[in-house]
Ligand binder design. Structure first.
Ligand code: NAG
Ligand code: NAG
Ligand code: NAG
Ligand code: NAG
Ligand code: NAG
Ligand code: NAG
Ligand code: NAG
Ligand code: NAG
Length: 247
């Protein structure tokens, strides 16, 4: 028992030493801190793939390009800024970790417009809602269990399975919580990704997206161009704890 304890301590000590060692060996003078423009010529290549290819963090690339979300799949022909290498590439702080738990959208609006590579799973994450609530939205289904079959009429997402790619440019009706509200303001988007704005202002990535539906990224803003003007949803809240769902 005593021996096992000693070995465990020694192992932990080694792990801590190598973890701090890994940081110590990042010598910033040996990094390539030059940023450059990358022309995407590979279909369905994700920002994640590009980040691995150039040894950058996925969030560093997302923020350098004022992206809606790093899970939006680039089109062939789009140009992205690849920022300089850093000692601690950011792979996590901008990532939406999957669907939420809400069964309706707090404060609206009504229609979600799909971006390249969207799936119900990604949309649910961006709206902090469950996948099932989006599948059923706007479909006039008599029961929530029924609409997963894709047999409901209406404009919700019931014809798609959870991780099926939905073509870009489709409107999906999103069920809304009633009564609820957001404040909407014009906003000059000059820094970060939408998650930074959503976290700061009390809305979701999807709601900000719904207010400027065709915007997906801008590398040009960081090239001396104009920062994109967008609408921002702020302070989204239920107006009563007793709310109903407007499908
Ligand atoms: C970092 O690298 C440079 C050039 O390779 C070297 O001159 C410098 O001593 C290194 N610094 C540390 C702290 O290792
Ligand atoms: C740094 O990256 C840029 C852009 O890819 C490249 O042109 C340059 O040669 C690189 N510099 C070094 C020292 O590797
Ligand atoms: C890219 O993804 C779309 C949607 O999933 C698919 O239809 C298409 O075949 C893919 N193209 C390639 C080259 O993988
Ligand atoms: C997501 O929904 C949960 C449950 O309603 C809530 O506690 C959380 O603050 C929401 N997060 C965001 C980012 O809106
Ligand atoms: C779903 O609902 C429709 C209309 O209410 C009904 O005709 C159909 O039988 C239901 N399907 C299932 C699998 O429950
Ligand atoms: C959908 O994709 C996500 C992320 O890759 C995965 O975690 C989840 O299990 C998938 N869901 C289904 C129903 O395939
Ligand atoms: C996304 O951005 C590109 C380049 O600016 C643009 O061509 C495209 O129409 C945008 N919108 C959608 C929905 O993909
Ligand atoms: C909640 O709202 C519904 C519809 O507006 C109403 O019929 C019901 O009495 C309310 N319940 C409570 C507990 O206030």
């Amino acid at each position: 028992m005593y021996l096992a304890h000693t070995i465990l301590q020694a192992t932990l000590g080694f792990m801590i030493a190598s973890a701090t060692g890994a940081q110590a060996i990042c010598n910033s003078t040996s990094l390539n801190t030059t940023s450059f423009n990358y022309y995407n010529d590979v279909e369905n290549q994700t920002i994640h793939d590009i980040a691995i290819k150039f040894n950058r963090g996925v969030c560093d690339i997302g923020r350098a390009n004022l992206m809606v979300d790093v899970s939006v799949v680039p089109y062939v022909g789009q140009t992205f800024i690849i920022p300089g290498e850093v000692c601690n590439p950011d792979w996590t702080s901008c990532v939406i970790n999957g669907p939420g738990t809400d069964d309706c959208l707090v404060g609206g609006p009504r229609l979600y417009y799909t971006l390249n590579g969207d799936t119900l799973w990604k949309i649910a994450g961006r709206l902090n809602m469950t996948v099932d609530s989006i599948k059923c939205g706007g479909d006039g289904c008599s029961s929530k269990t029924n609409c997963t079959d894709g047999i409901c009429p209406g404009g919700g997402g019931s014809q798609y399975s959870t991780n099926e790619t939905i073509p870009a440019g489709q409107f999906i009706k999103i069920p809304m919580c009633h009564p609820s509200a957001c404040d909407i303001e014009p906003y000059t988007f000059s820094k970060g990704v939408y998650k930074d704005l959503a976290d700061k202002y009390g809305s979701t990535v999807g709601q900000i997206q719904m207010l400027s539906p065709t915007y997906n990224y801008s590398y040009i803003a960081n090239e001396g161009g104009t920062a994109p003007p967008i609408g921002i949803a702020k302070n989204c809240r239920l107006l009563s704890s007793n709310y109903t769902i407007l499908d």
